[in-house]
Design a protein around this ligand. Structure first.
Ligand SMILES: NC(=O)c1ccc[n+]([C@@H]2O[C@H](COP(=O)([O-])OP(=O)(O)OC[C@H]3O[C@@H](n4cnc5c(N)ncnc54)[C@H](OP(=O)(O)O)[C@@H]3O)[C@@H](O)[C@H]2O)c1
Length: 306
C-alpha cells in the first residue's frame, strides 16, 4: 500500500481530505497535524518520510491568516515558502509525487478574464508573496509535482466564510459585503475529492499522461463576495439582509478579479467540476443535517437525565 502523507491535516482542507478519503487498497493515508509534523523542520519531515516509506505528499500546511501576515511576514514566509521548499527537496530526494496547494492571491490587479496557470503573477500582499515564493521553491526543487491553485474555500464546518455568514445571520445582523471582488466560491469537499481522484488516477495509469506543473481548481461559475453572501443568506431559515458595498475602504489589498481558468485541469485529469451554486446547496443541506443531529443528540442526552 502506498503511503500518502497529508500535512496540516487539522486545517480546513486537511479535514476535508480526511472526510473524503475512502478506504482503498492502493493507499494508506498518514494524516499529520502541525503538532505531529512541523513542515518548517526538515529533519522531522525526513524522519517521517523514511519511517513510513511515503510515496505521495499532499501539502495542506500553510500560514493562512491574510490580515496578520502583514505584521508577521517572516512567520508567514517561513511556513509558506521555506516549509514548502523543505517538502519539495525531500520529495525529490525520495522520488515522491508532491501535491502543493496554492492560491489565487499569487495574482495581482488582473485583466478581468479567467486567469490561466501560465499568466504572470504579481501578488498584492504578504500572504500572496509568501505563497508565490512557495510555488517557486516547489517548481525549482521538486521533480514530480502538482501545484494546485484554488480560491474561496468554504464548508459547513470550521472557520470559513460560510460558517461566519451563518453566525451573522443567526444574530439577525445586517451584512454588508463587497461586490467588486470577483472569484469562484469553492466547496472544500469538492477540492478534496478531486485531489484523491488525481492521486488514484496517477497511481493506476501512466504518470506521463498527467504532466507535472501548475493547475487551477475552483468550483465552476463566478460570483462577487456579495453574490456569495446573498446566496448563503437566502438559503438559511432565519434570513437576514445582505447589502452591497465597495471595497475601496478596505485597507488590505486583494485581487479584484481572480476567476481561475480550469481548462488544463479538466483536459488532463478528466474530472467533473461542480458549479458553486450546486455545491452551496449541498453544503446548506449538510449543515442542516448536522444541526438536526445536534438537536436529536441534545434531546436524547437530556432524556437520560429526566
Ligand atoms: N482557505 C481558503 O480560502 C484558501 C484559498 C486558496 C488557497 N488556500 C490554500 O489551501 C491550503 C489549505 O488551506 P486551509 O483553508 O485548509 O488552511 P487552514 O485551515 O488554515 O489550515 C492550514 C493548516 O496548516 C497548519 N500549519 C500551520 N503551520 C504549520 C507548520 N509549520 N507545519 C505544519 N502545519 C502547519 C495549521 O495549523 P494551525 O492552525 O495550528 O496553525 C492548519 O491546521 C493552503 O495552502 C492555503 O494557502 C486556501
Amino acid at each position: 500500500m502506498s503511503v500518502v502523507l497529508v500535512t496540516g491535516s487539522e486545517g480546513q482542507l486537511g479535514l476535508a481530505l480526511q472526510a473524503t478519503f475512502k478506504a482503498h487498497p492502493l493507499f494508506a493515508p498518514l494524516f499529520c497535524s502541525k503538532s505531529m509534523l512541523d513542515i518548517t523542520n526538515g529533519g522531522q519531515i525526513e524522519a517521517c518520510i523514511k519511517a513510513h516509506s511515503v510515496r505521495y505528499i499532499i501539502n495542506c500546511a500553510a500560514y493562512t491568516n491574510v490580515q496578520l501576515a502583514e505584521q508577521e511576514a517572516t512567520a508567514c514566509f517561513k511556513v509558506n515558502s521555506l516549509g514548502a521548499g523543505y517538502l519539495a527537496t525531500l520529495a525529490a530526494k525520495y522520488g515522491i509525487v508532491f501535491f502543493h496547494i496554492s492560491t489565487d492571491y499569487v495574482f495581482g490587479l488582473t485583466k478581468g478574464c479567467p486567469l490561466s496557470p501560465s499568466d504572470p503573477t504579481d501578488p498584492l500582499n504578504q500572504y500572496g508573496r509568501s505563497k508565490r515564493a512557495g510555488e517557486q521553491m516547489v517548481a525549482a526543487r521538486a521533480t514530480h509535482f502538482y501545484i494546485i491553485r484554488t480560491a474561496w474555500l468554504y464548508g459547513e464546518k470550521g472557520h470559513n466564510f460560510f460558517t461566519k455568514m451563518v453566525a451573522l445571520a443567526q444574530k439577525g445582523d445586517v451584512i454588508q459585503m463587497v461586490d467588486d471582488q470577483i472569484g469562484s466560491p469553492t466547496y472544500v469537499y469538492d477540492l478534496a475529492a478531486a485531489i484523491w481522484e488525481i492521486v488514484e488516477k496517477i497511481a493506476k495509469n501512466n504518470l506521463a499522461d498527467y504532466p507535472f506543473g501548475i493547475y487551477h481548481y475552483t468550483n465552476e461559475g463566478v460570483a462577487s463576495w456579495y453574490d456569495f453572501a446573498y446566496a448563503i443568506a437566502a438559503a438559511l431559515p432565519n434570513r437576514c439582509a445582505v447589502i452591497p458595498r465597495s471595497s475601496a475602504a478596505v485597507r488590505l489589498k486583494r485581487p479584484y478579479y481572480s476567476v481561475l481558468n480550469k481548462s488544463s485541469f479538466r483536459e488532463v485529469f478528466q474530472i467533473k467540476i461542480p458549479h458553486w451554486q450546486d455545491s452551496l446547496a449541498l453544503c446548506v443541506r449538510k449543515w442542516q443535517n448536522r444541526l438536526g443531529c445536534f438537536w436529536i443528540g441534545f434531546i436524547l442526552n437530556l432524556s437520560l437525565y429526566i
